[in-house]
Design a protein around this ligand. Structure first.
Ligand SMILES: NC(=O)c1ccc[n+]([C@@H]2O[C@H](COP(=O)([O-])OP(=O)(O)OC[C@H]3O[C@@H](n4cnc5c(N)ncnc54)[C@H](OP(=O)(O)O)[C@@H]3O)[C@@H](O)[C@H]2O)c1
Length: 327
């Protein structure tokens, strides 16, 4: 017979889209062993969020309590050359999800980006600041947000910035790749932001979900990023220092440069990606975690587990570090 406590511990059913991305993987990993959640994690192959029939069919079969949309097209320069890729995944897909979730009364948690802003506020952006995207990627994310706001009142939009993780295309892995193969590296010292670990975003999403489950009616847009503002150069320095605890890197010189000295970038990038996160603290009690301790942990895990070699043999970190998808 089921006890009363078992009854109340019915897990919350969440459906995660884009489950093979940085945040998707982190959320799947974190929720896997948490009895509060029952998770359906779907890659793009399993459910393309731009396919109406597929999304309707899957949601009707799974009947999740919440959908968490971790799918997105984040490659900033290719987005300038092929806008339809960005608008499909970042505008059309979220609009469709919001519409179908609305029809089925399912709240939607969605990830967005600092790229919705023009980057002129060095001290950072609040949720009330006006969006003014500089390029296609940022505009596609903004349009996606707007569709969700219009179609589905019960939504959370979480804007994050400068993601790093153990997989995928990100500044940490690209910097390590370069540092192991080149003697001299450059990094922009005029781009400010707050690095944010994907695991940290996963924890924030779980904390928000738990409060929604407990009745918080705090729908809307929020910002989250790691604590401490730095520049790309400052972040690179921290990455190299962390990695040198485990190996002798080939790089001997890290040079601070301005953005205009970087190789050609198709997309203009915000000078400031800093997000102010006090709304999240005041509403949900969620504090920013320092990115430096997350960086230390991840670098240690990458070296100790051998995953750095695996990631780099797959070519994950290839390319210029400052041209990472989400710069
Ligand atoms: N990366 C950053 O620095 C950053 C910064 C700020 C905000 N964000 C936002 O955070 C979210 C997650 O970012 P991330 O870095 O975790 O992304 P990611 O690693 O690039 O993963 C995105 C995932 O979405 C999948 N996807 C793309 N189009 C899809 C579609 N139509 N249907 C279903 N799945 C689809 C991708 O699959 P394929 O690989 O098969 O295409 C990939 O697995 C995005 O909304 C992004 O805009 C990211």
């Amino acid at each position: 017979m089921q006890s009363v406590s078992q009854f109340y511990m019915e897990p919350t059913r969440i459906l995660i889209t884009g489950a093979e991305g940085q945040i998707g993987q982190a959320l799947v990993r974190l929720t896997r062993n948490d009895a509060h959640f029952s998770v359906t994690a779907l890659s793009r192959r399993q459910m393309d969020i731009t396919r109406r029939e597929k999304v309707s069919e899957v949601l009707a079969a799974e009947l999740p309590d919440y959908v968490v949309n971790c799918a997105g097209f984040n490659r900033v320069d290719p987005a300038e050359r092929n806008p339809q890729w960005a608008y499909e995944a970042n505008q059309h897909g979220p609009a469709l999800l919001a519409e179908i979730c609305g029809d089925m009364s399912i709240p939607l948690l969605h990830l967005s980006s600092d790229y919705v802003f023009d980057g002129h506020y060095a001290s950072g952006y609040t949720e009330a600041d006006e969006a003014a995207p500089l390029g296609i990627y940022g505009d596609s994310k903004w349009q996606g947000e707007e569709h969700i706001r219009q179609r589905l009142p019960r939504h959370i939009i979480l804007r994050v910035s400068w993601l790093f993780s153990e997989s995928g295309s990100n500044f940490l892995l690209k910097t390590l790749q370069q540092a192991r193969s080149e003697v001299r590296m450059v990094a922009a010292d005029d781009r400010r932001g707050c690095p944010t670990s994907a695991d940290d975003v996963g924890r924030v999403l779980m904390a928000i979900l738990q409060q929604l489950v407990n009745g918080a009616e705090a729908w809307g847009t929020y910002h989250y990023c790691g604590a401490e503002i730095t520049t790309r150069y400052g972040f690179s320095e921290a990455i190299l220092a962390a990695a040198r605890q485990y190996e002798q890197l080939k790089v001997s010189e890290l040079v601070p440069v301005t953005s205009k000295d970087l190789p050609d970038e198709a997309a203009e990038r915000p000078a400031s990606s800093v997000l102010k996160c006090s709304k999240l603290l005041n509403t949900f009690g969620i504090r920013q975690r320092p990115w430096r301790s997350e960086l230390q942990r991840l670098v240690r895990e990458l070296y100790e587990s051998g995953r750095l070699e695996q990631a780099q043999s797959r070519g994950v970190g290839a390319g210029d570090a400052d041209q990472v998808a989400e710069a």
